[in-house]
Ligand binder design. Structure first.
Ligand code: AMP
Ligand code: MG
Length: 336
Protein backbone atom coordinates (compact mmCIF):
# COMPACT_ATOMS: atom_id res chain seq x y z
CA UNK A 1 0.00 0.00 0.00
CA UNK A 2 1.27 3.48 -0.90
CA UNK A 3 0.71 6.12 1.80
CA UNK A 4 0.92 9.75 0.72
CA UNK A 5 2.86 11.51 3.48
CA UNK A 6 2.34 14.99 2.06
CA UNK A 7 -1.34 14.78 3.03
CA UNK A 8 -0.59 14.11 6.71
CA UNK A 9 3.11 13.72 7.62
CA UNK A 10 2.38 13.17 11.36
CA UNK A 11 -0.01 10.29 10.61
CA UNK A 12 2.61 8.87 8.24
CA UNK A 13 5.23 8.91 10.99
CA UNK A 14 2.83 7.31 13.48
CA UNK A 15 2.06 4.37 11.21
CA UNK A 16 5.72 3.98 10.18
CA UNK A 17 6.82 3.91 13.86
CA UNK A 18 4.18 1.28 14.59
CA UNK A 19 5.35 -0.90 11.68
CA UNK A 20 9.05 -0.59 12.63
CA UNK A 21 8.21 -1.47 16.24
CA UNK A 22 6.75 -4.81 15.17
CA UNK A 23 9.84 -5.59 13.10
CA UNK A 24 8.41 -4.79 9.66
CA UNK A 25 10.39 -3.62 6.62
CA UNK A 26 8.94 -0.44 5.11
CA UNK A 27 9.88 1.80 2.17
CA UNK A 28 10.63 5.45 2.93
CA UNK A 29 11.76 8.44 0.88
CA UNK A 30 15.10 10.10 1.62
CA UNK A 31 16.69 13.01 -0.22
CA UNK A 32 18.89 10.57 -2.19
CA UNK A 33 16.72 7.57 -3.21
CA UNK A 34 13.93 5.51 -1.61
CA UNK A 35 15.14 3.18 1.15
CA UNK A 36 13.98 -0.22 2.41
CA UNK A 37 14.05 0.48 6.12
CA UNK A 38 14.02 -1.60 9.27
CA UNK A 39 15.14 -1.13 12.88
CA UNK A 40 18.95 -1.47 12.62
CA UNK A 41 19.07 -3.02 16.11
CA UNK A 42 16.50 -5.73 15.29
CA UNK A 43 18.34 -8.71 13.85
CA UNK A 44 15.29 -10.46 12.41
CA UNK A 45 13.98 -7.27 10.81
CA UNK A 46 17.35 -6.50 9.19
CA UNK A 47 17.63 -10.10 7.96
CA UNK A 48 14.33 -9.55 6.15
CA UNK A 49 15.80 -6.58 4.24
CA UNK A 50 18.51 -8.86 2.83
CA UNK A 51 15.90 -11.41 1.83
CA UNK A 52 13.52 -8.94 0.18
CA UNK A 53 16.34 -7.21 -1.70
CA UNK A 54 18.13 -10.50 -2.52
CA UNK A 55 21.24 -8.79 -1.24
CA UNK A 56 24.37 -10.83 -0.46
CA UNK A 57 24.73 -11.06 3.32
CA UNK A 58 28.36 -9.89 3.28
CA UNK A 59 27.36 -6.45 1.98
CA UNK A 60 26.73 -4.29 5.08
CA UNK A 61 23.93 -1.74 5.35
CA UNK A 62 24.01 1.98 6.06
CA UNK A 63 22.58 2.93 9.46
CA UNK A 64 20.52 6.08 9.34
CA UNK A 65 20.43 8.26 12.46
CA UNK A 66 18.44 11.39 13.34
CA UNK A 67 21.25 13.39 14.99
CA UNK A 68 24.83 13.29 16.26
CA UNK A 69 23.74 12.12 19.69
CA UNK A 70 22.27 8.97 18.15
CA UNK A 71 25.39 8.51 16.00
CA UNK A 72 27.60 8.69 19.13
CA UNK A 73 25.67 5.85 20.74
CA UNK A 74 26.77 3.51 17.94
CA UNK A 75 30.10 4.84 16.66
CA UNK A 76 33.10 7.04 17.47
CA UNK A 77 33.73 10.19 15.46
CA UNK A 78 37.36 11.21 14.86
CA UNK A 79 37.93 14.99 14.56
CA UNK A 80 37.84 15.08 10.72
CA UNK A 81 34.70 12.94 10.55
CA UNK A 82 33.10 15.22 13.15
CA UNK A 83 33.93 18.29 11.06
CA UNK A 84 32.38 16.67 7.97
CA UNK A 85 29.37 15.54 10.00
CA UNK A 86 28.73 19.03 11.34
CA UNK A 87 29.09 20.53 7.88
CA UNK A 88 27.15 18.03 5.74
CA UNK A 89 24.60 16.26 7.97
CA UNK A 90 21.75 15.99 7.49
CA UNK A 91 22.62 15.30 3.88
CA UNK A 92 23.77 12.87 1.18
CA UNK A 93 27.02 11.81 2.89
CA UNK A 94 27.77 8.47 4.57
CA UNK A 95 30.76 8.10 6.90
CA UNK A 96 32.36 4.75 7.69
CA UNK A 97 33.20 4.99 11.40
CA UNK A 98 34.60 2.69 14.08
CA UNK A 99 31.60 1.10 15.73
CA UNK A 100 31.04 0.74 19.45
CA UNK A 101 31.10 -3.00 20.16
CA UNK A 102 27.89 -4.86 20.81
CA UNK A 103 25.47 -2.06 19.87
CA UNK A 104 24.37 -3.37 16.46
CA UNK A 105 23.73 -6.96 15.42
CA UNK A 106 26.38 -8.44 13.07
CA UNK A 107 23.76 -8.85 10.33
CA UNK A 108 23.59 -5.03 10.00
CA UNK A 109 27.35 -4.46 9.80
CA UNK A 110 28.23 -7.79 8.12
CA UNK A 111 30.30 -8.50 11.23
CA UNK A 112 32.75 -5.64 10.60
CA UNK A 113 34.21 -3.44 13.35
CA UNK A 114 33.19 -0.38 11.36
CA UNK A 115 29.73 0.91 10.55
CA UNK A 116 28.47 3.14 7.73
CA UNK A 117 26.33 5.97 9.12
CA UNK A 118 24.29 8.77 7.61
CA UNK A 119 21.88 11.39 8.89
CA UNK A 120 19.23 11.88 6.20
CA UNK A 121 16.93 14.87 5.64
CA UNK A 122 13.18 15.23 5.61
CA UNK A 123 10.56 12.56 6.38
CA UNK A 124 13.08 9.83 7.18
CA UNK A 125 14.87 12.10 9.65
CA UNK A 126 11.60 12.91 11.47
CA UNK A 127 10.73 9.22 11.45
CA UNK A 128 14.06 8.14 13.02
CA UNK A 129 13.74 10.88 15.63
CA UNK A 130 10.23 9.70 16.52
CA UNK A 131 11.26 6.03 16.53
CA UNK A 132 14.34 6.70 18.67
CA UNK A 133 16.59 4.10 17.04
CA UNK A 134 18.65 3.99 13.84
CA UNK A 135 17.22 2.50 10.67
CA UNK A 136 19.16 0.21 8.37
CA UNK A 137 18.04 1.34 4.93
CA UNK A 138 19.60 0.29 1.63
CA UNK A 139 18.07 1.47 -1.63
CA UNK A 140 14.58 0.11 -2.34
CA UNK A 141 15.38 -2.09 -5.34
CA UNK A 142 16.29 -5.71 -5.98
CA UNK A 143 20.08 -6.01 -5.61
CA UNK A 144 21.88 -5.00 -8.79
CA UNK A 145 19.00 -3.09 -10.35
CA UNK A 146 18.27 0.60 -10.77
CA UNK A 147 17.48 2.35 -7.45
CA UNK A 148 13.95 3.61 -6.93
CA UNK A 149 13.42 7.37 -6.85
CA UNK A 150 9.60 7.24 -6.69
CA UNK A 151 7.08 5.30 -4.58
CA UNK A 152 5.58 3.81 -7.76
CA UNK A 153 9.00 2.44 -8.74
CA UNK A 154 9.30 0.77 -5.30
CA UNK A 155 5.87 -0.80 -5.75
CA UNK A 156 6.67 -2.09 -9.23
CA UNK A 157 9.92 -3.57 -7.90
CA UNK A 158 8.48 -5.47 -4.92
CA UNK A 159 4.69 -5.66 -5.35
CA UNK A 160 3.20 -6.94 -2.08
CA UNK A 161 6.69 -7.87 -0.80
CA UNK A 162 6.83 -4.45 0.89
CA UNK A 163 3.34 -3.78 2.29
CA UNK A 164 3.92 -0.17 3.40
CA UNK A 165 5.44 2.36 1.02
CA UNK A 166 5.56 5.97 2.23
CA UNK A 167 5.28 8.35 -0.72
CA UNK A 168 7.13 11.66 -0.44
CA UNK A 169 7.21 12.36 -4.18
CA UNK A 170 10.27 11.98 -6.43
CA UNK A 171 13.53 12.15 -4.46
CA UNK A 172 15.44 15.41 -4.76
CA UNK A 173 18.99 14.23 -5.39
CA UNK A 174 18.30 10.98 -7.22
CA UNK A 175 21.64 9.20 -6.66
CA UNK A 176 22.85 7.44 -3.52
CA UNK A 177 25.00 9.07 -0.83
CA UNK A 178 28.73 9.73 -1.12
CA UNK A 179 30.54 7.21 1.11
CA UNK A 180 33.73 8.41 2.83
CA UNK A 181 36.19 6.91 5.28
CA UNK A 182 38.60 9.16 7.16
CA UNK A 183 41.96 7.38 7.50
CA UNK A 184 45.44 8.30 8.67
CA UNK A 185 46.51 9.80 5.34
CA UNK A 186 43.35 11.69 4.53
CA UNK A 187 39.88 10.92 3.28
CA UNK A 188 39.08 7.90 1.16
CA UNK A 189 36.16 7.91 -1.27
CA UNK A 190 34.39 4.53 -1.16
CA UNK A 191 31.51 5.54 -3.41
CA UNK A 192 30.90 8.80 -5.27
CA UNK A 193 27.38 10.08 -4.68
CA UNK A 194 25.08 13.00 -4.03
CA UNK A 195 27.68 15.10 -2.18
CA UNK A 196 30.36 16.32 -4.65
CA UNK A 197 33.90 15.53 -3.42
CA UNK A 198 35.00 19.06 -4.31
CA UNK A 199 32.81 20.29 -1.41
CA UNK A 200 34.25 17.66 0.93
CA UNK A 201 37.83 18.67 0.11
CA UNK A 202 37.01 22.32 0.59
CA UNK A 203 35.33 21.76 3.98
CA UNK A 204 37.98 19.39 5.34
CA UNK A 205 41.02 21.12 3.85
CA UNK A 206 42.17 17.63 2.85
CA UNK A 207 42.40 15.73 -0.42
CA UNK A 208 39.95 12.95 -1.12
CA UNK A 209 41.58 9.88 -2.64
CA UNK A 210 39.94 6.89 -4.26
CA UNK A 211 42.59 4.16 -4.17
CA UNK A 212 40.20 1.24 -4.54
CA UNK A 213 37.32 2.75 -6.40
CA UNK A 214 38.50 2.75 -9.98
CA UNK A 215 40.52 -0.43 -9.80
CA UNK A 216 37.39 -2.47 -10.28
CA UNK A 217 36.66 -0.55 -13.46
CA UNK A 218 39.22 -2.60 -15.39
CA UNK A 219 37.43 -4.50 -18.18
CA UNK A 220 35.95 -7.78 -17.03
CA UNK A 221 36.27 -6.98 -13.33
CA UNK A 222 33.35 -4.66 -13.08
CA UNK A 223 30.16 -6.20 -11.75
CA UNK A 224 26.88 -5.07 -13.19
CA UNK A 225 24.87 -2.81 -10.88
CA UNK A 226 22.28 -0.04 -11.22
CA UNK A 227 21.39 -1.82 -14.43
CA UNK A 228 18.23 -1.42 -16.51
CA UNK A 229 17.10 -4.35 -18.67
CA UNK A 230 18.13 -2.47 -21.82
CA UNK A 231 21.77 -2.47 -22.90
CA UNK A 232 23.58 0.76 -22.06
CA UNK A 233 26.11 2.49 -24.35
CA UNK A 234 28.22 5.28 -22.82
CA UNK A 235 29.95 8.37 -24.25
CA UNK A 236 27.69 8.33 -27.29
CA UNK A 237 28.56 11.05 -29.78
CA UNK A 238 25.89 9.81 -32.21
CA UNK A 239 22.77 7.69 -31.85
CA UNK A 240 21.63 4.75 -33.98
CA UNK A 241 18.14 4.34 -35.52
CA UNK A 242 16.80 1.82 -32.96
CA UNK A 243 18.37 3.42 -29.90
CA UNK A 244 16.96 5.51 -27.08
CA UNK A 245 19.05 8.60 -26.35
CA UNK A 246 19.68 10.18 -22.94
CA UNK A 247 21.21 13.62 -23.19
CA UNK A 248 21.36 17.00 -21.50
CA UNK A 249 21.88 20.54 -22.77
CA UNK A 250 20.71 21.92 -26.09
CA UNK A 251 23.28 20.44 -28.51
CA UNK A 252 21.82 18.19 -31.22
CA UNK A 253 23.30 14.68 -31.17
CA UNK A 254 23.88 13.30 -34.68
CA UNK A 255 21.19 10.73 -35.49
CA UNK A 256 18.70 11.93 -32.88
CA UNK A 257 16.10 12.84 -35.51
CA UNK A 258 15.85 9.19 -36.54
CA UNK A 259 16.36 7.32 -33.24
CA UNK A 260 13.66 5.52 -31.25
CA UNK A 261 13.28 8.11 -28.50
CA UNK A 262 15.08 11.09 -26.98
CA UNK A 263 15.08 12.02 -23.28
CA UNK A 264 16.61 15.39 -22.49
CA UNK A 265 17.10 15.18 -18.72
CA UNK A 266 18.19 18.79 -18.36
CA UNK A 267 17.68 21.22 -21.26
CA UNK A 268 19.66 23.80 -19.23
CA UNK A 269 22.54 21.33 -19.00
CA UNK A 270 22.69 20.93 -15.20
CA UNK A 271 24.19 17.76 -13.77
CA UNK A 272 22.00 18.04 -10.63
CA UNK A 273 18.88 17.78 -12.76
CA UNK A 274 20.43 14.96 -14.82
CA UNK A 275 21.21 12.99 -11.63
CA UNK A 276 17.75 13.62 -10.17
CA UNK A 277 16.03 12.22 -13.27
CA UNK A 278 18.50 9.49 -14.24
CA UNK A 279 17.03 6.40 -12.54
CA UNK A 280 13.41 7.29 -13.32
CA UNK A 281 14.36 7.83 -16.97
CA UNK A 282 16.21 4.50 -17.19
CA UNK A 283 13.10 2.84 -15.74
CA UNK A 284 10.79 4.66 -18.14
CA UNK A 285 12.96 3.64 -21.10
CA UNK A 286 12.92 0.04 -19.84
CA UNK A 287 9.16 0.02 -19.35
CA UNK A 288 8.73 1.32 -22.91
CA UNK A 289 10.74 -1.67 -24.16
CA UNK A 290 13.97 0.12 -25.13
CA UNK A 291 16.64 -2.32 -26.35
CA UNK A 292 19.67 -0.06 -26.29
CA UNK A 293 20.15 3.21 -24.42
CA UNK A 294 22.85 5.58 -25.68
CA UNK A 295 24.08 8.20 -23.20
CA UNK A 296 26.07 11.30 -24.11
CA UNK A 297 29.44 11.96 -22.38
CA UNK A 298 29.07 13.32 -18.84
CA UNK A 299 31.91 15.46 -17.39
CA UNK A 300 33.69 13.83 -14.42
CA UNK A 301 33.13 16.71 -12.00
CA UNK A 302 30.59 17.57 -9.30
CA UNK A 303 27.69 15.12 -9.49
CA UNK A 304 29.16 13.87 -12.78
CA UNK A 305 31.51 11.61 -10.82
CA UNK A 306 28.57 9.77 -9.23
CA UNK A 307 26.59 9.72 -12.49
CA UNK A 308 29.55 8.24 -14.41
CA UNK A 309 30.17 5.66 -11.67
CA UNK A 310 26.54 4.46 -11.88
CA UNK A 311 26.51 4.52 -15.67
CA UNK A 312 29.71 2.48 -15.96
CA UNK A 313 28.16 -0.14 -13.72
CA UNK A 314 24.87 0.00 -15.64
CA UNK A 315 26.84 -0.64 -18.84
CA UNK A 316 28.98 -3.44 -17.37
CA UNK A 317 28.71 -6.93 -18.84
CA UNK A 318 25.65 -8.67 -17.42
CA UNK A 319 26.23 -11.70 -15.31
CA UNK A 320 24.02 -13.00 -12.55
CA UNK A 321 24.31 -10.84 -9.44
CA UNK A 322 25.40 -12.60 -6.26
CA UNK A 323 21.86 -12.13 -4.94
CA UNK A 324 20.48 -13.93 -7.99
CA UNK A 325 23.04 -16.71 -7.62
CA UNK A 326 22.02 -17.17 -3.98
CA UNK A 327 18.34 -17.28 -4.93
CA UNK A 328 19.07 -19.78 -7.70
CA UNK A 329 20.94 -21.96 -5.20
CA UNK A 330 17.99 -21.83 -2.77
CA UNK A 331 15.52 -22.68 -5.56
CA UNK A 332 17.55 -25.65 -6.80
CA UNK A 333 17.90 -26.91 -3.20
CA UNK A 334 14.12 -26.63 -2.76
CA UNK A 335 13.53 -28.45 -6.03
CA UNK A 336 15.64 -31.42 -4.87
P1 AMP B 1 23.40 0.86 -0.20
O1 AMP B 1 22.84 1.01 1.16
O2 AMP B 1 22.87 -0.31 -0.94
O3 AMP B 1 23.34 2.12 -0.97
O4 AMP B 1 24.93 0.52 -0.04
C1 AMP B 1 25.66 0.77 1.10
C2 AMP B 1 27.09 0.74 0.75
O5 AMP B 1 27.84 1.01 1.94
C3 AMP B 1 27.58 -0.59 0.23
O6 AMP B 1 28.39 -0.38 -0.89
C4 AMP B 1 28.38 -1.14 1.39
O7 AMP B 1 29.40 -2.01 0.96
C5 AMP B 1 28.91 0.11 2.03
N1 AMP B 1 29.23 -0.09 3.44
C6 AMP B 1 28.38 -0.32 4.44
N2 AMP B 1 29.03 -0.52 5.60
C7 AMP B 1 30.33 -0.38 5.33
C8 AMP B 1 31.53 -0.47 6.11
N3 AMP B 1 31.50 -0.74 7.41
N4 AMP B 1 32.70 -0.28 5.47
C9 AMP B 1 32.75 0.00 4.16
N5 AMP B 1 31.65 0.09 3.36
C10 AMP B 1 30.46 -0.10 3.94
MG1 MG C 1 21.69 0.16 -3.57
Amino acid sequence: MIIDIAADPAAGITSAVEALGRGAVIAVPTETVYGLAADATNEAAVAQIFEIKRRPSFNPLICHCSDLEMVSAFATLDPVSLRLAERFWPGPMTLVLNSKPGRLPPVTTAGLTTVAIRIPMGFSNGLIRAYGRPLAAPSANISGRVSATTAAHVESEFGDGVPLIFDGGPTKIGVESTILRVCENGIELLRPGGLPIELVEHAAGLQVSAPNLFKVLAPGMLTSHYAPRAMVRLNATRVGPGETLLKFGDAIVPGEGACARVFNLSPEGGLEEFAAKLYATLKEADDAGAESIAIVPIPDEGLGLAINDRLRRAAAPRTLTLGELEQAAVRSKEAR
